[in-house]
Design a protein around this ligand. Structure first.
Ligand code: WT7
Length: 644
C-alpha cells in the first residue's frame, strides 16, 4: 500500500523513479520535498560543485526539522506512539511516548537548554546511554537550532576531549551512568575526566539513570530533573521551534579515516531530513502503525537516521533498546520482537553472526511471526549469515534488505527495497533513486558494463551527502572529492554482477570495520605508540568469524613490564584510555622490526597476509630494506583461528 506519496511499490515504478531521478534530479527532489513542512519555500533545489566539495540543497528554505518529526504529526495522530523503549533490564517496565508526549518532553528540554545559555549554532555534545532522554536531547538541540555531536558510549575520555575541542562545544548532556548488559558504565565520571582539557564547556546537564554517585561541580553541572522542574513550575510554556536555514548545520558525527585524527562529518538540515525520510519509507516499506526496531546505538549514524530522524519524520513508531543482544541471554532480541510484535528489524551482520553461534535454542517459544522486513547494515554480510537470518528469523517470508551506506552519506545508498526490488544474498543490489554509482580503476577511469569490479564512487550529489568536515573544509575536499576527479569516493571496493547488482567487498583504505565499528589503523597505531616502551607499531585487519574484522597489531617494544603478557595488557589499557575499549587489538605480536621499503614505508600488504595466516602468499620481499624481518615475523605469527 502506498502510505507515502513517494513510496515505491513495484519494480516498474522503481525503474521509472530511478530514471527520473537521474534525468531530472531537481524536479524529482522538489516533488518529494513538497510533502514536508517548510516555514519558507526554497529558491533553488540544487547547487553543486564537487571540485570545491560544495553541495547545497533547497537553498533559501527555512524549516525546523523537529516540526517535521513532531509538530506536524500532532494534527493527524497525536496519540500514535512515537518512541517505545525497552530497558537493559528485562524486568523493568517498558516506556512509551506518543507524539504529543514527545512534543512535551522536547519542549521542556528546549527550555532547559536555553536556560543554560545554549543558543542557535552552538555545539552540544551528547554522551548518554540508549534511553529515551537521548532522543529528547538530540531533538531539543535541533529545536533550538543548536548542532548536536553525539559520542558513542564506547569512547574514552581522551576521545571525548578531542571531539569537544574540535567542535568547541559549550554544553555536554550526559547521564550519571549507563546500563549495558551486566555492566554499569560511569559516563559522568568519564566526562569529568575529559573536561579539564575542554575550556569551551560551560554547562553539563546530567540525567539520573542509575542513581550512581557522581561529583556535581558547582555552577557547571546541573541535574536534568531539577532543570525540568523549573520549567514545569513556569507552567510548561510551549517552545516555538527556532527557524533554521536549509543548509544550517544539524549535526556533527565524528568518524575514522585513514589518518590518525577522526573527522567531524557535518550534515545540514533540509537535505538530510528529506534523505533520511525518503530512504526509511522506501527501503523498509514502512506502513503506519508498524513497529520499527533498529538495534544500533544513536552514537552512530544508523541511530541518527533510522532510530530518530527517518522514523519520526515519517510519523512511525521507533523502538529503542538500552541493552545488548546477549544479555541476560542470547534470546534478548527475539524476546523483544515477540513482546512488541516488531514489524521491521534492522541490525548488523556482527550481531547476526554472534547470535547464530548460540544455535536455535534461544528462538524457542519466541513468536517472530510479526516480522515483515529484516535489514542489515554496517559491513558486508556473508551468505551463511544472510541465509540464517532469512530462514530462522524471517521464516523465509520476510525480505532481507542489505543496506550499504556510510556516515558521510547520511542515509541508505544501495539496497533492495523490501519486497519491491529483488534481493540477492550478500549483495546490496541496486542504487536508490538519486544515487549514481560508478566503479573506477586505480587511474580513476570509469569501468563500464556489468561483471566488473573497482573502487566505488558516486557521480552526482544526493540530498544526504556530507557537506563538510567540521572546521576543516579542505580535509573534506581532499578525502572525498579529489581522489578521483569530479567524483565522491567512498573508500569501498565493489563489484557489479552480470545483472548490474552491486556487492560491496570492503574498504580499500586503511580503515577497519570491527563489529560494524569504523576504526582507522593509524588511530590505533597512534594510541599504541603512546605507551612508554613502544618504539613503533603497525596495525592491520584480519578476517574474524564474528566481528567481521579483528585488529592485529605488530609492535616493536623495548622495555617489557615483567613479561610479555603483562606488557600486552598494558598496551590494551593504553588503547582503551586513548580511544576506547572498542579499538583494543585482538592480537598483539612483538617483533624486532617491521617490513619496510627502502624509502621507509611499512609494507602493510605483507603484514595483512601474515595476519590472515597466508604465510605462503607473501610474494616477493627482495625489495625490502630487511627481508629477514619477514621470516622472523612469520615464525612467530599468531594463529589465524578466531580469537575474541
Ligand atoms: C562503511 C561505513 C552505514 C551505517 C553504519 C556504518 C561498510 C556499511 C555495508 C553493507 C558492506 C557495508 C562500508 C562503508 N558498510 N554498510 N551493507 N555492506 N559494507 O557506517 O561507520 O560510516 O561505515 O561500512 O565499508 O564504507 P560507517
Amino acid at each position: 500500500m502506498k502510505s507515502y506519496p513517494y513510496q515505491i511499490q513495484n519494480w516498474e515504478e522503481y525503474q521509472e523513479q530511478y530514471a527520473r531521478s537521474v534525468e531530472n534530479p531537481e524536479d524529482f527532489w522538489a516533488d518529494i520535498a513538497q510533502h514536508f513542512h517548510w516555514k519558507k519555500p526554497w529558491d533553488k533545489v540544487l547547487e553543486w560543485d564537487f571540485k570545491t566539495a560544495k553541495t547545497e540543497w533547497f537553498q533559501g528554505a527555512e524549516l525546523n526539522i523537529t516540526e517535521n518529526c513532531i509538530d506536524r504529526h500532532l494534527q493527524t495522530q497525536p496519540d500514535a506512539v512515537a518512541i517505545l523503549w525497552e530497558s537493559n533490564n528485562p524486568d523493568e517496565p517498558s516506556v512509551s511516548y506518543t507524539y504529543q508526549q514527545l512534543q512535551d518532553k522536547v519542549n521542556q528540554l528546549s527550555h532547559v537548554l536555553t536556560n543554560l545559555g545554549a543558543k542557535k549554532g552552538d555545539r552540544i555534545c551528547i554522551y548518554m546511554g540508549m534511553i529515551p532522554e537521548l532522543a529528547f536531547a538530540v531533538l531539543a538541540c535541533a529545536r533550538i537550532g543548536a548542532i548536536h555531536s553525539v559520542i558513542f558510549g564506547g569512547f574514552s575520555a581522551q576521545s571525548i576531549a578531542d571531539r569537544i575541542q574540535d567542535a568547541q562545544a559549550s554544553v555536554v548532556i550526559t547521564c550519571d551512568a549507563a546500563y549495558r548488559g551486566n555492566k554499569t558504565i560511569g559516563l559522568k565520571e568519564i566526562i569529568d575526566e575529559a573536561l579539564p582539557q575542554c575550556p569551551s564547556i560551560q554547562k553539563v546537564l546530567v540525567y539520573n539513570r542509575t542513581h550512581s554517585p557522581v561529583s556535581m561541580i558547582k555552577d557547571r553541572d546541573h541535574w536534568w530533573h531539577e532543570e525540568i522542574e523549573k520549567v514545569t513550575q513556569q507552567g510548561n510554556p510551549h517552545f516555538p521551534a527556532v527557524p533554521t536555514q536549509a543548509e544550517d548545520e544539524l549535526f556533527i558525527l565524528y568518524t575514522s579515516g585513514s589518518t590518525g585524527k577522526p573527522k567531524g562529518v557535518v550534515h545540514t538540515t533540509a537535505g538530510y531530513m528529506v534523505w533520511a525520510n525518503y530512504t526509511f519509507v522506501n527501503v523498509f516499506q514502512y506502513q503506519p502503525g508498524q513497529i520499527h526496531f533498529c538495534t544500533a546505538d544513536i552514537g552512530w549514524i544508523t541511530g541518527h537516521s533510522y532510530i530518530v530522524y527517518g522514523p519520526l519524520s515519517a510519523g512511525a513508531t521507533t523502538l529503542m533498546f538500552e541493552g545488548i543482544p546477549t544479555w541476560p541471554d542470547a534470546g534478548r532480541f527475539w524476546e523483544i520482537v515477540d513482546k512488541y510484535k516488531v514489524d521491521i528489524l534492522y541490525t548488523a551482520p556482527t550481531a547476526i553472526r554472534s547470535l547464530m553461534g548460540f544455535g536455535l535454542d534461544p528462538l524457542n517459544n519466541k513468536d517472530l511471526s510479526s516480522i515483515k522486513v529484516l535489514g542489515t547494515v554496517g559491513e558486508p554480510i556473508n551468505e551463511e549469515a544472510w541465509n540464517w537470518y532469512h530462514q530462522h528469523i524471517g521464516k523465509s517470508k520476510a525480505p532481507v534488505v542489505d543496506t550499504w551506506w556510510q556516515t558521510e552519506t547520511g542515509g541508505i545508498m544501495i539496497s533492495n527495497l523490501a519486497g519491491v526490488t529483488p534481493a540477492k544474498p550478500s549483495f546490496a543490489t541496486y542504487p536508490l533513486p538519486g544515487i549514481q554509482p560508478v566503479l573506477v580503476d586505480e587511474n580513476g577511469n570509469e569501468i563500464q558494463g556489468n561483471n566488473a569490479s573497482g573502487n566505488l564512487c558516486i557521480k552526482f550529489p544526493w540530498p544526504g551527502i556530507i557537506r563538510t568536515t567540521y572546521g576543516d573544509h579542505q580535509r573534506c575536499q581532499q578525502t572525498y572529492f579529489s581522489v578521483y576527479n569530479n567524483l565522491y569516493f567512498t573508500g569501498d571496493g565493489c563489484l557489479r554482477d552480470e545483472n548490474g547488482m552491486y556487492r560491496i567487498t570492503g574498504r580499500v583504505d586503511d580503515v577497519l570495520n570491527v563489529s560494524g565499528h569504523r576504526i582507522g589503523t593509524a588511530e590505533v597505531e597512534n594510541a599504541i605508540n603512546m605507551h612508554a616502551g613502544v618504539v613503533e607499531s603497525a596495525v592491520v585487519g584480519y578476517p574474524h568469524d564474528i566481528k567481521g574484522q579483528g585488529i592485529y597489531a605488530f609492535v616493536i617494544f623495548n622495555a617489557f613490564h615483567e613479561n610479555e603478557e603483562l606488557t600486552k595488557k598494558d598496551i590494551l589499557i593504553t588503547v582503551s584510555k586513548i580511544i576506547g575499549p572498542i579499538a583494543k587489538p585482538d592480537k598483539i605480536q612483538f617483533v624486532s622490526g617491521l617490513p619496510k621499503t627502502r624509502s621507509g614505508k611499512i609494507m602493510r600488504r605483507i603484514l595483512r597476509k601474515i595476519a590472515e595466516g597466508e604465510l605462503e602468499q607473501i610474494g616477493d620481499t627482495t625489495t625490502l630494506l630487511d627481508p629477514q624481518v619477514v621470516e622472523e615475523i612469520k615464525r612467530q605469527a599468531l594463529p589465524p583461528a578466531f580469537n575474541t
